[in-house]
Design a binder for this molecule. Structure first.
Ligand code: HEM
Ligand code: HEM
Ligand SMILES: [Fe+2]
Length: 457
């Protein structure tokens, strides 16, 4: 650690990994309900467990983004944070918001708008927290006067993520209008501005871990971000196919969203070529695995599995089925869970006594999560294909079709258990090393000098 105030990130990471664990409890509960009978039917029914599962996901990933930003910005701008006190107050407010929202969901206190179920008072706290966060980061950069491109892309992503949350504060009485604007938040987050956040962290990690030339990395970052924007914004229309808006959205949505994987191919090549050039020269190989893993898994989960059902001719069969869950899991995990885990893995040796090259537990955690999530995706896919065929082609009722595809949920629970063991190992590996917030001089933020990649013609 080069700056004392970077230690703030540790507490954000601690909250993030703990909530990640809790998210899985509610995922496993939701999955178990597909097998029935459900002893918790009247206490925690499926709709409640699923809302808690997805909301915890959003909360822990955002906590991870904030922690990682508080780690990265002092390092990039070469200065202490503007206010550590503000950062701690922000974390406390954020945790209170998250915990009370989850308790509220158990008592059906929420707005019922998928992924944006937070009640209005909670939404207002979210906005306040985001403003505190952006102010703190903005003032830090202003104080230092040093502003890198990587940081710029990250902050633009974070700032726009806050702005795009604003439509979620408005309550629309018309269902079509409500759904229409819901995607301005959800789609433009995950297929737009959050990809800028991922891109910012990715570029930072690759520069630090591979010793790649900053200028070249930042130039490619612009290209990727440009491509995301070009396709992602109009690509929103792939959610407008069946919501009651004019027909012209069908070809527009199909065409532009099908271009979205291009940016993701670019991102995977970008990460892989940095890895090839450096040949794993940096001792923190575990962090490098998470980093390149994130880019590659995003291409699979978001790019390939998104493309699979983005065409109107396919989506008319698969819309809102387990095919959506297949893609949602792989995409969210690859792009946003893995990049947060990469940042944690990079910062850990400097914030705790974890050996820099990673631990056996850390490696098991990486591979079990990857294998587990891949298996979960296959389980959702096979279940989803069965569901589409039985329900939408053969015309079976929803519940009759569900009974026939139950066997796939056995595989889901088996593979999800592998995944969950991987996550438990990550949590154990995080908390078993006591924090140490010592300042190191020289080297990078992790206290190491990254070997520079040889310049190739
Ligand atoms: C990291 C990027 C991505 C993430 C995290 C992500 C995540 C998700 C999630 C969670 C949903 C379900 C949303 C809901 O129903 O409320 C969804 C839906 C969808 N996604 Fe993605 N996605 C990503 C990228 C993509 C890309 C690049 C494509 C297309 C090439 C795509 C195509 C779709 C489609 C067509 C749906 C609607 C499914 C339906 O009709 O039920 N996604 N995505
Ligand atoms: C132990 C591991 C997990 C299990 C057993 C699990 C299970 C489930 C189940 C059963 C659903 C409801 C699907 C439906 O509506 O029918 C769900 C929804 C969802 N889960 Fe998970 N999950 C797990 C981990 C994760 C992780 C790690 C992520 C993201 C990084 C994630 C993201 C989501 C999302 C975005 C949805 C909503 C999808 C949609 O509505 O289309 N889950 N999960
Ligand atoms: Fe989308």
């Amino acid at each position: 650690m080069r700056y004392q105030s970077q230690s703030v990130a540790y507490w954000y990471f601690a909250v993030a990994v703990a909530l990640f664990g809790l998210q899985l409890v509610f995922g496993l509960l939701s999955a178990a309900k597909y097998l029935g009978p459900d002893p918790l039917l009247y206490i925690l029914p499926f709709d409640v467990t699923k809302v808690i599962h997805t909301n915890l996901l959003i909360v822990w990933v955002l906590t991870g983004f904030m922690g990682a930003t508080y780690w990265m910005v002092p390092d990039e701008s070469r200065t202490e944070l503007y206010s550590t006190k503000l950062a701690y107050i922000q974390l406390v407010l954020w945790v209170i918001m998250g915990v009370t929202a989850v308790i509220g969901y158990v008592f059906r206190y929420g707005t019922g708008n998928k992924l944006l179920e937070q009640p209005l008072p909670h939404k207002i706290v979210i906005v306040i927290v985001m403003l505190m966060f952006l102010y703190n980061v903005g003032m830090t950069i202003r104080k230092s006067g040093r502003f890198t491109t990587t940081e710029g892309v990250l902050l633009l992503g974070l700032g726009l993520a806050a702005v795009l949350y604003l439509p979620a504060l408005i309550e629309f009485r018309n269902y079509t209008v409500s759904i229409f604007y819901r995607w301005w938040t959800i789609h433009l987050w995950v297929e737009g501005v959050w990809e800028m956040i991922q891109g910012g962290f990715l570029a930072y990690l690759l520069i630090r871990l591979s010793g790649a030339d900053r200028e070249a990395m930042e130039k490619w970052l612009y290209v990727i971000v440009g491509l995301v924007f070009l396709a992602g914004i109009v690509g929103t229309a792939h959610h407008y196919y069946w919501v009651g808006v004019p027909h012209f959205w069908l070809p527009i949505g199909g065409f532009f969203s099908a271009l979205e994987p291009l940016a993701l191919i670019g991102m995977a090549i970008y990460a892989y070529s940095a890895l090839r050039r450096s040949g794993l020269a940096h001792p923190n190989k575990l962090a490098m695995h998470w980093t390149v893993g994130s880019a590659v898994f995003t291409l699979y989960g978001a790019g390939l599995l998104g493309l699979a059902h983005t065409w109107p001719d396919v989506n008319k069969w698969t819309h809102g089925t387990l095919i959506t869950a297949m893609h949602g899991h792989a995409a969210f995990y690859g792009a946003y869970a893995m990049i947060v885990l990469a940042m944690i893995s990079y910062a850990m040796p400097a914030m705790t006594h974890r050996p820099v090259e990673g631990t056996v537990i850390g490696w098991w955690s990486f591979w079990l999560q990857l294998v587990g999530m891949f298996g979960m995706t296959l389980s959702f896919a096979t279940a989803g294909i069965g569901q589409v065929y039985l329900e939408r082609i053969m015309g079976l009722g929803y519940l009759d079709a569900q009974l026939k595809i139950q066997v796939h949920f056995l595989m889901l629970i088996a593979t999800a258990s592998l995944f969950a063991i991987g996550v438990i190992l990550f949590i154990v590996d995080f908390f078993r090393w006591a924090p140490r917030f010592e300042i190191t001089t020289g080297g990078d933020a992790d206290g190491l000098v990254t070997p520079r990649a040889p310049v190739t013609a």
